[in-house]
Design a protein around this ligand. Structure first.
Ligand SMILES: [Ca+2]
Ligand SMILES: [Ca+2]
Ligand SMILES: [Ca+2]
Ligand SMILES: [Ca+2]
Length: 171
């Protein structure tokens, strides 16, 4: 019975010590954060000239106020916010092509189903086309073709452009 009492007192003492340590750690963390905020949070300055003020970058977005392209994908943080991509993630849609590469090859950086064509073709917005039938003068349904790079391409991506198509069909 006496042994049990001693163990109980030790447990209480340890709990109290851990509680004090936690409180001290949190207080220090709070002081640290306050310092960073005071230095970085200035809504009148845009030190890296990326279109986002220092305060928004440091406290809201978590981007680097001293680096225009925080995630190194070739697009400035401000442009990424406008575009709807994540300025802290180089490949927003996780399709293996970073956001800058997708913008360069005219592919959607927020749609993982759309990636850069190997031949460098630009993607078109399929919503701009509506099939009206299969007679002369009509717009036909989208067709998938294999290009010279051996990749499937959507025919609708070539709407409004001149290309020589060589097509064969077998039944
Ligand atoms: Ca900035
Ligand atoms: Ca970027
Ligand atoms: Ca991507
Ligand atoms: Ca994509």
């Amino acid at each position: 019975m006496k042994q049990h009492d001693v163990t109980g007192r030790w447990s209480t003492a340890w709990s109290a010590s851990i509680g004090l340590l936690l409180a001290a750690s949190l207080a220090l963390a709070g002081v640290g954060l306050a310092c960073v905020s005071t230095e970085e949070c200035d809504s009148t300055k845009d030190d890296d000239a990326d279109g986002l003020d220092n305060c928004t970058e440091a406290n809201k977005l978590g981007t680097d106020p001293d680096l225009a392209d925080t995630d190194g994908d070739g697009l400035d943080d401000g442009f990424e916010v406008e575009l709807g991509t994540d300025p802290n993630l180089a490949d927003t849609d996780g399709d293996g092509f970073d956001d800058g590469s997708e913008v360069d090859c005219v592919s959607s950086p927020t749609d993982s189903a759309e990636v850069c064509y190997a031949c460098g073709w630009e993607h078109n917005d399929p919503k701009s086309l509506v099939s009206t039938g299969a007679s002369v003068g009509d717009v036909i349904e989208n067709l998938e073709l294999v290009d010279q790079c051996g990749e499937l391409v959507d025919l609708w991506d070539f709407a409004g452009k001149y290309h020589i198509l060589y097509m064969t069909a077998a039944w």
